[in-house]
Design a protein around this ligand. Structure first.
Ligand SMILES: Cc1cc2nc3c(=O)[nH]c(=O)nc-3n(C[C@H](O)[C@H](O)[C@H](O)COP(=O)(O)OP(=O)(O)OC[C@H]3O[C@@H](n4cnc5c(N)ncnc54)[C@H](O)[C@@H]3O)c2cc1C
Length: 475
């Protein structure tokens, strides 16, 4: 445990709004979003400036104290949760939440790391721009957290993950130096790219304090299509058809089974099924227009869905008639995690395999898992267009959460990840490794990758003060 007396200089530096050590006050920040990990911290530090972050890091380095960076604490792999030793300090970036400004000519937006994603969306919209990354946790996820997990979301199909949207980064490195990579260069070939190491770095090699983000022109119009399909294979055939005929107008392509829809309708007030009957699977497709010369999304959607129904790819489809309906369709998709959580214990896997193989993965592997672990039920949903599915294995009805997690979690998750590896896939498509996936990452990663990950960590953070116990497996 850290002796509270040595923390006095930090208390003086940060003042009452930036330094909290009352256990009750900091308790809500010590458990991860999924509620599976709870840690302890000697104090929660909330700096307001980069200069304060520098002082904190220098202090931590001098005293060999671990720092656990945290943004909105909406991450899915317990990356922002301290361990139970009490030997660390929680470094909350929420007070560094300014939208600094937008360059009128380029549309590049400069922000502090604690800015919330939804606030960024609103800020750039008022200047006629759009930040084209969104996800269900947009009301709490911060830019620093999104960068540090290389977050994806529902528009990756067209605009990529955070990796392709971050033009510049400012970060405080483990020795207290400031890495100023804020020039938004389209090209920069000075060897290793520290910016790209920090993206997806999960706070293990530096604290992101500011960023320059790419924006795109605001949408003129959009149409969200809800389609009933027979199987993931049919959904994949529909995806290919749309790639051929919709081009860049298609921004998102998501799937969900009827059981996920039922869970949402049961648990999330105000949701309504878009189609009149049940369908084994559903696809949610976003078509957009950001250039006046393009076809309107509604016309395009009408034409494409008529063709898809004639080709036997789709059983039934409906188009959003207005913005409120488009949002209502997305709300169903965005509420699946919440609804599944209310259904009972489940093991969540955020996996990717090559796009062309994902339908086969779901159709072949899910029945085998349900047969091998009787009473379980697989719910696979999400970003089929990116080959990334949230693959939940639900506990048998009535099973106690403690028994499920204690006795079954390891074996079932290991089975899922072994099968993912057999398809040359990834055990983490967009959530990262954190604490939750560390052991499986160590078990399945190829030795060359592990050696490189450890070497990078040791080179940049030799004292291991930056988020230890996350992302980097012990040698
Ligand atoms: C309903 C819901 C839906 C979601 N959907 C998606 C989705 O579709 N796609 C997706 O990718 N994710 C999704 N997420 C997960 C989550 O929103 C992302 O992982 C997000 O990037 C986390 O941001 P945060 O600010 O909450 O980070 P936190 O959870 O606070 O932290 C995440 C990691 O980043 C580190 N970190 C945070 N801030 C900094 C910083 N300034 N400098 C250095 N390290 C830092 C932390 O130490 C931790 O390792 C979803 C979450 C929810 C609740």
């Amino acid at each position: 445990m850290i002796d509270p007396n040595i923390l006095v200089p930090l208390k003086n530096l940060l003042g009452p709004s930036g330094y909290r050590d009352d256990p009750e006050e900091i308790a809500p920040y010590l458990t991860d979003w999924r509620g599976r990990y709870t840690g302890t911290a000697a104090a929660m530090l909330s700096p307001a400036t980069t200069a304060e972050v520098v002082e904190i890091v220098k202090f931590a380095s001098a005293h060999r104290i671990a720092l656990v960076p945290q943004g909105g604490n909406s991450g899915m792999v317990a990356g922002a949760t301290p361990d139970q030793s009490g030997d660390s300090l929680l470094l909350s970036m929420r007070r560094m939440n300014k939208f600094v400004g937008i360059d009128a000519a380029s549309g590049d937006a400069t922000v502090e790391a604690g800015l919330i994603l939804q606030t960024l969306h609103e800020a750039v919209a008022s200047d006629g721009y759009r930040f084209p990354l969104t996800l269900g946790g947009k009301g709490s996820a911060t830019i620093g957290g999104l960068i540090s997990t290389n977050a994806g979301g529902t528009q990756v199909l067209r605009h990529g993950t955070m990796r392709s949207l971050v033009l510049g980064i400012e970060a405080v490195l483990p020795d207290g130096s400031i890495y100023d990579g804020m020039a938004s260069l389209e090209k920069d070939n000075r060897g290793y790219d520290l910016k790209q190491l920090l993206i997806g770095g999960e706070g293990t090699i530096g604290i992101v304090t500011k960023a320059v983000l790419r924006t795109v022109p605001a949408l003129i119009d959009r149409c969200v299509v809800w389609a009933g399909v027979q199987s993931p294979s049919d959904a994949h055939a529909l995806l290919q058809y749309l790639h051929r005929h919709a081009g860049h107008a298609m921004e998102g392509f998501e799937i969900l089974p009827q059981s996920a829809m039922n869970a949402v309708l049961r648990h999330v007030p105000g949701t309504r099924a878009p189609l009149s009957g049940d369908h084994p699977w559903h696809a949610l497709i976003e078509l957009v227009q950001d250039d006046a010369a393009q076809a309107t999304p509604a016309d395009l959607a009408q034409r494409l869905m008529t063709g898809a129904i004639e080709a036997g790819l789709v059983d039934d489809a409906t188009l959003s008639a207005n913005e409120a309906q488009a949002e209502a369709f997305w709300k169903i998709r965005d509420s699946i995690s919440e609804a599944e959580r209310a259904e009972g214990p489940a093991l969540q896997h955020d996996i990717s395999v090559p796009v062309a193989d994902m339908a086969r993965f779901i159709e072949v592997e899910s029945p085998q898992i349900e047969a091998r672990f009787p009473g379980t039920c697989v719910v696979a949903f999400g970003h089929l267009g990116d080959g990334n599915i949230h693959y939940h294995v639900k506990a048998p009805q009535g099973m106690e959460a403690a028994v499920w997690y204690g006795e079954y979690a390891e074996t079932i998750s290991a089975h899922v990840y072994d099968r993912v590896a057999a398809y040359r896939g990834s055990l983490s498509a967009e959530h990262g490794i954190g604490m939750a996936k560390l052991a499986e990452f160590a078990r399945l990663a190829d030795p060359a990758r592990l050696t490189a990950v450890r070497a990078i960590k040791t080179a940049l953070d030799p004292l291991n003060i930056m988020n230890p116990g996350k992302l980097v497996p012990l040698a």
